[in-house]
Design a protein around this ligand. Structure first.
Ligand SMILES: [Zn+2]
Length: 647
């Protein structure tokens, strides 16, 4: 329908977005500023504990910093009520007291048709519920009791019964005055192909209403009472109301439960969803007779960042999981993931609840595998990689798989994780003294280098101070070390002040340097600088004027600084390398690891020595040597893993 010009502007002006949103969220009062119309809340579109959903009431726009949902009041109503644009406008217009303009006849007809179809479904739902309470429904009631469903639960879930017979529902709906084309259109009955009377789609079945997210019945699922029935489960055909690929069983109640902190579980069928719900897992949904679709995946991620796919612990369940992976890979984006909970062999969630109770389910959910693990399992399961050709084939297939992830940073993380798993698979068996290197450090190369960088920053500052102090205590060496002084980063302010002053005194006679230094920076600064504990104990500071000692000290410290820098650069390079898709680096790593092991073994033989000469000729004490080796082992032998927070 076409709205008159200005209608939407007027509607937006009259509508308070924070009021509309406020019905669905709890404002974070500490973060919000009501006076400025600057409101914050936990996001209604994704699961979170913090408040990253922002409403700018004055501009009438919302934006979520977590899931990037954005829009205005109309889109908010569309999304949360699952209605069309025009329906959302109608809802808001009614609230704002604005009469809707005359509808164009076609759209009105279409909306009317949807309403009529829903009325047909609603009437059928009432009929099924009543039938379950009759004598004809006795066997169905007994079955539900056997499945552990109390009458209270049956009522709450709206379960019903379609009696055995060809036209029970048809005749009931006709008598209620529901037009035949609505009964057909809602998928409740079919016209006869043989010129006879129309007949009911659902006969002698336990009926499960399928609702839209607003709770309106749009379709049914039926479970056959007769074991000989060819279709144990039967769903409504696709209709104008019911698009299987865009519907999830139990969508509305699950969204609410997840909002309250329950995990979102994707089960295979409605009996699983119901059993899970009864066991206290209210956040369960199921696709309807089809594998999970792209649309459903998007719907799931709207509800939760990491839905758990619960699958039967058999080959069919695993195959279903693999299909979900293929579907999900190109859709993945940062912050969105999937986990897979595989039920114990031969069981579905319903079986598991009955045998092990809710605790059994909880355990399985907690053990749910991240998608990358299952992906790896699929690629490697039951295969032997005993030749370079086979390994290369695996690498190729893994690369192809990972390439399908669109999000570059996520793709890098997957590549990383797969590399780790590949390393686990191919690394040589542990034996002998090399074993200590087979135990991979928990810290990753990335995390390790951060720690190193942090610890080293402090160490660097000390070394820089020692160098500057050595020059202060023996100014005669100043002209010889001026280039080194220039190159010092000098992050510490005091060190920098003294160093800068020294540099300006290069031409001053050695005997005057100290006095002119005090003139420049003041006695207090120099005093503070030299009285730092690590400097007070430095031999050349304790022995001012010992130029030889000062010279050696400067050279040694400069060498150590350079070694450290080189090491950090090396780690950074390795990290960058890890981010690339190419796996050639692994080969490099193997060679590097061998060198690191040789080096470490040599250092073990040389345990008695307190100092070693580093590759650059600088003395390195044993502690440093060991730290260096540990870093090398992380580079080469270490499992290059991401910090847990990045997983
Ligand atoms: Zn969000």
């Amino acid at each position: 329908m076409s709205l008159p010009p200005g209608f939407l502007d007027e509607l937006r002006t009259r509508t308070s977005l924070s009021q509309v949103v406020g019905r669905k969220v709890l404002w974070d009062n500490r973060k919000s500023n009501q006076g400025k119309g600057d409101m914050w809340a936990p996001c209604p579109f994704h699961q979170e504990k913090s408040a990253s959903f922002h409403v700018d009431d004055r501009k009438g726009y919302y934006y979520c910093f977590g899931c990037h949902a954005k829009g205005d009041a109309i889109s908010f109503v569309q999304e949360t009520e699952n209605v069309t644009f025009i329906e959302a406008v109608e809802i808001l217009a009614q609230e704002a007291g604005m009469p809707m303009p005359q509808r164009d006849p076609k759209a009105a007809q279409k909306a009317d048709r949807r309403t009529q179809l829903m009325e047909a479904c609603e009437a059928a739902q009432k009929f099924f519920v009543l039938q379950l309470q009759t004598g004809a429904g006795a066997a169905a009631r007994a079955y539900l009791t056997k499945r552990g469903l109390s009458p209270e639960a049956v009522g709450r879930l709206g379960l019903g019964f379609a009696p055995d017979g060809w036209r029970a529902l048809w005749e009931h709906l006709q008598a209620k005055g529901i037009p035949a084309d609505m009964i057909f259109g809602a998928g409740l009955a079919k016209p006869s192909q043989k010129g006879g009377q129309p007949y009911d789609v659902f006969r002698n079945r336990i009926m499960f209403p399928i609702r839209d997210p607003r709770g309106r019945v749009i379709a049914f699922g039926g479970r056959a009472m007769d074991p000989a029935d060819s279709a144990k489960y039967l769903n409504s055909p696709e209709t104008d109301l019911f698009d299987k690929s865009r519907t999830l069983y139990n969508h509305g109640p699950a969204r609410e439960a997840v909002g309250k902190g329950q995990p979102l579980i994707v089960a295979e069928g409605y009996m699983d969803v119901i059993a899970l719900g009864e066991a206290g897992f209210g956040g369960a949904v199921a696709p309807l007779g089809t594998a999970v679709t792209e649309h459903q995946m998007a719907m799931l991620w709207r509800i939760s960042d990491e839905p758990i796919i619960a699958l039967d612990g058999d080959t069919a369940g695993l195959r279903a999981a693999y299909r979900v992976i293929d579907l999900a890979l190109p859709l993945l984006e940062a912050g969105k993931g999937l986990r897979f909970a595989l039920m114990p062999e031969g069981k579905d969630p319903d079986d598991l609840i009955r045998s092990d109770g809710p605790e059994g389910v909880q355990k399985v959910l907690e053990a749910a595998l991240p998608m990358v693990k299952l992906l790896w399992q699929r690629e490697t399961e039951g295969r032997v990689f005993d030749s370079p050709e086979r390994k290369a084939a695996l690498d190729k297939s893994l690369r192809e798989t990972i390439k399908r992830i669109q999000d570059p940073s996520l793709r890098a993380h997957y590549g990383q994780e797969i590399k780790d798993l590949r390393w686990d698979l191919f690394r040589p068996a542990a034996k002998g003294r090399g074993q200590k290197f087979q135990v991979k450090p928990v810290v990753s190369a990335a995390r390790g280098s951060l720690l190193v960088a942090e610890g080293d920053a402090a160490l660097d500052r000390v070394r820089e101070a020692v160098i500057v102090a050595a020059v202060v205590s023996s100014p005669g060496i100043l002209p010889d070390v001026v280039e080194h002084l220039h190159l010092l980063a000098c992050q510490d302010g005091n060190t920098r002040d003294v160093r800068d002053a020294l540099l300006s005194l290069v031409d001053a006679p050695a005997g005057e340097v100290r006095d002119r230094l005090i003139e420049k920076i003041g006695p207090y600064t120099l005093e503070t600088f030299l009285s730092a504990r690590h400097l007070a104990v430095t031999p050349c500071v304790r022995n001012p004027g010992d130029e030889e000692l000062a010279r050696l000290t400067v050279a040694d410290e400069i060498a150590k600084l350079t070694a450290q820098r080189g090491l950090i650069a090396e780690i950074e390079e390795a990290e960058a390398d890890l981010q690339e898709e190419a796996h050639e680096s692994l080969t490099w790593r193997l060679g590097d690891a061998a060198r690191a092991r040789a080096q470490a073994e040599r250092s073990e033989r040389e345990d008695s020595r307190d100092y070693e000469v580093g590759p650059n000729g600088a003395n390195m004490d044993r502690e440093e040597r060991e730290a260096f080796d540990a870093l090398l082992s992380q580079l080469g032998f270490g499992k290059p893993a991401l910090p847990p927070g990045d997983r």
